[in-house]
Design a binder for this molecule. Structure first.
Ligand code: NAP
Ligand code: ZN
Length: 373
């Protein structure tokens, strides 16, 4: 029963929560840098709500609305320079995981003098306060200390984060996810599911994180059939945001494992969205860790009304599709790159060797699109 639990983020969940909580903004200061993507903050109505609150509270702000999917080190460096020049007291991240992660990086860089590439040493000891407003139900970034950035020089994504990068506030309004496409809704929901699942099975799991992970798996089970869409009702959207939050709360304690560590290759080289990229590994992953996690996998299958790993994986495959076919050269390169993700690999039950990673890429290929049953 030994465990630790740290959650310094104040969580406010519910429809219209931004409009109801002006104090969240006034507590953080009088100058805000809003970090967001190109369209979704406007399409969802979240940006208008935040701007109205800031104006109402007399808080000056500047909007930086060019965070790309899979935010790069270069983008956060650029925005942080401008946020510094604006003398921002705090940062508001509005978006999916990409803008929310970028907001954390901007908050660290704006409070310090080092270069963006040094974020990954995790040695900083201050950051501006961050308010996160998720527009997807997936990453749980609103309650994690992690920020995942694209390292073009390393051809992969690398994360950083320490106790100073937990957001100060998370404002979760499920209505903001209504403008998401079916594809994004599915991909982000699968991401949330992988968080609760990986967190439940992880070496770093504990009694407290398991409580949240199991609740997330149970509620995801209630969403599974409805996720196919094409329409989503308010109840489903609310449940998905709840699963996403539980996923973030879980991985903030446990970290992620092999599917995340390997999934970055699908995203970087094949353009597959983060959630789908992780989901594509679940069949191989559950089979890999079964000897170490027999009882826990039984719990998962029961909560998801599946009688075997394959029947669960078949259900998920209806949402994710099959993995892309890879060449032998790609398998070699991805095997090398996956080993950079040391934290995820060390957190995988039973541990992972180079040979095991290569054999998983090969198994993925057996299930690849166009390869029959
Ligand atoms: P995302 O990359 O933030 O967004 C994907 C696309 O969906 C973007 O084009 C975005 O539009 C659009 N979108 C988002 N919300 C929308 C809405 N409500 N309505 C319409 N369009 C919407 O997607 P994500 O899956 O949420 O985040 C993935 C990122 O998070 C990855 O970089 C991943 O590595 C990271 N991640 C972080 C953590 C963590 O703990 N920090 C955990 C898991 C994943 P815009 O272009 O307008 O933004
Ligand atoms: Zn994820």
């Amino acid at each position: 029963m030994d465990f630790q639990f740290n959650m310094p983020t104040r969580i406010i969940f519910g429809r219209s929560c931004v409009k109801k909580h002006v104090e969240v903004f006034t507590y953080c200061g009088s100058r805000a840098a809003i970090v967001t993507g190109k369209r979704s903050a406007r399409a969802s109505g979240a940006l208008a709500d935040v701007e109205n609150m800031l104006k109402h509270a007399g808080i000056a702000y500047e909007v930086f609305d060019y965070v790309e999917n899979n935010p790069s080190v270069e983008t956060v460096a650029d925005i942080s320079e401008k946020a510094k020049a604006f003398r921002a007291d705090f940062v508001v991240g509005i978006g999916g995981g990409s803008p929310m992660d970028a907001a954390k990086a901007v908050a660290v860089l704006a409070a310090n003098t080092f270069k963006a590439v040094n974020l990954f040493s995790n040695t900083f000891n201050k950051a501006l306060p961050v308010i996160e407003i998720p527009l997807t139900s997936g990453t749980g970034s609103e309650v994690t200390p992690y920020s995942v950035l694209l390292r073009k020089d390393m051809e992969t994504k690398v994360s950083f984060g320490n106790v100073h990068t937990y957001p100060a506030y998370a404002l979760l309004d499920p209505d903001y996810t209504k403008s998401m496409s079916v594809r994004s809704t599915v991909s982000t929901a699968v991401d949330a599911f992988t968080h609760v699942l990986e967190g439940y099975l992880a070496n770093r799991s504990g009694a407290f994180s398991s409580m949240m992970a199991l609740e997330g798996i149970r509620v995801f089970g209630e969403c599974l059939d409805g996720l196919k869409g094409p329409e989503y009702d308010d109840v489903l959207r609310e449940k998905l945001m709840y699963v996403s939050l539980l996923g973030g709360l879980t991985i903030a304690q446990t970290g992620v494992t092999l599917p995340h560590g390997m999934g970055y290759c699908y995203t970087f080289f094949k353009g597959i969205p983060h959630g789908i990229a992780n989901g594509l590994f679940l069949r191989a992953y559950l089979k890999l860790v079964k000897p170490e996690r027999e009882e826990k996998i039984k719990d998962v299958l029961k909560l998801l009304h599946a009688d075997s790993i394959d029947s669960l994986a078949d259900k998920l495959e209806l949402l994710t599709g099959r993995p892309p076919a890879l060449t032998e050269g790609e398998i070699e390169k991805y095997t090398e790159l996956a080993q950079i993700q040391k934290g995820s690999m060390a957190n995988t039950p039973g541990g992972v060797t180079e040979e095991m990673i290569r054999s998983i890429w090969e198994k993925q290929n057996q299930y690849a699109e166009g390869k029959g049953e």
